[in-house]
Design a protein around this ligand. Structure first.
Ligand SMILES: Nc1ncnc2c1ncn2[C@@H]1O[C@H](COP(=O)(O)OP(=O)(O)OP(=O)(O)O)[C@@H](O)[C@H]1O
Ligand SMILES: [Mg+2]
Length: 246
């Protein structure tokens, strides 16, 4: 079982878009996938119209969570929305507060991939997600602040892992919202490739309006428009993830 945190301290870089399109992509390849919405915004659960507020919030407090099978072999645990934020107050009082998610899911089996769609906050929920995960994907949008956002994300991961002696491998840095027509995209991408030649995913996710539209219809990009460049990019990324060996 591979447990992948899709994380960045920068907002709007494509964490949720990547989580659910990779999650669905893996399930279409016959893998059993559980997606955890670790963001109080609850975007991932919203896509599939899941309304339960017993989700990751419940797991963090040692209770049972609702899990919905949204497609064949594809399951979603919602975040709990506002309750996830509230549960952080409860969590800080507890011993071993960083390991509650790992504890709640320690018996999880019969699953090939767990995808954790994280928020961009530096909070206890993300620390729980990082300590449960064994791999991280860091999406980076092609804009001016992306390099500093990436640095911050690395620092967060390093600090959490050092303090807790946890091993988390970087699966890859993912260039997202790439627009070949703009100089900024080309420049940022080239800087990233120079700085992180081995860490960059070979796949680049291009800017594609279909990726923006598909969640409104409750569909992944493969269901919404399989001929789009967004579908092509996420199929390629899914293949790269399927062949990933640490
Ligand atoms: N490759 C893309 N092309 C076009 N639009 C995209 C692409 N990737 C993401 N978007 C859009 O950009 C916005 C932010 O994407 P998304 O919600 O996936 O980011 P996020 O990192 O999860 O954000 P947050 O930090 O708020 O959770 C959304 O409207 C999404 O549809
Ligand atoms: Mg998100």
């Amino acid at each position: 079982m591979k447990k992948i945190a899709v994380i960045s301290t920068k907002g709007g870089v494509g964490k949720t878009t990547t989580s659910f399109n990779v999650g669905h992509g893996l399930s279409l390849n016959g893998k059993r996938v559980i997606m955890l919405d670790c963001d109080p915004q609850n975007n991932l659960a919203e896509i599939y119209d899941i309304e339960s507020d017993e989700g990751v919030n419940a797991l963090l407090l040692g209770k049972r969570a609702a899990m919905s099978e949204v497609r064949r072999n594809l399951f979603v645990i919602p975040s709990g929305g506002r309750r996830l934020l509230e549960c952080e107050w409860e969590l800080v009082k507890r011993k071993d507060r960083e390991k509650q998610l790992s504890r709640a899911l320690e018996d999880l089996s019969n699953c090939d991939y767990v995808i954790l769609d994280c928020s961009s906050s530096l909070n206890l929920i993300n620390i729980n997600a990082l300590l449960f995960a064994d791999l991280a994907i860091i999406p980076v949008a092609m804009d001016y602040f992306s390099i500093s956002g990436l640095k911050q994300t690395f620092e967060l991961i390093r600090e959490v892992c050092q303090q807790t002696n946890h091993q988390l491998h970087l699966m890859g840095i993912l260039a997202t919202q790439f627009d070949l027509r703009t100089r900024i995209s080309r420049e940022i991408y080239s800087v990233l490739c120079k700085l992180f030649p081995r860490e960059m995913f070979k796949t680049v996710i291009h800017q594609n309006t279909k990726l923006k539209e598909s969640p409104a219809f409750g569909k992944s990009i493969y269901e919404y428009d399989i001929t789009s460049s967004g579908a092509r990019d996420y199929i390629k990324l899914t293949a790269e993830i399927l062949t990933y060996e640490k």
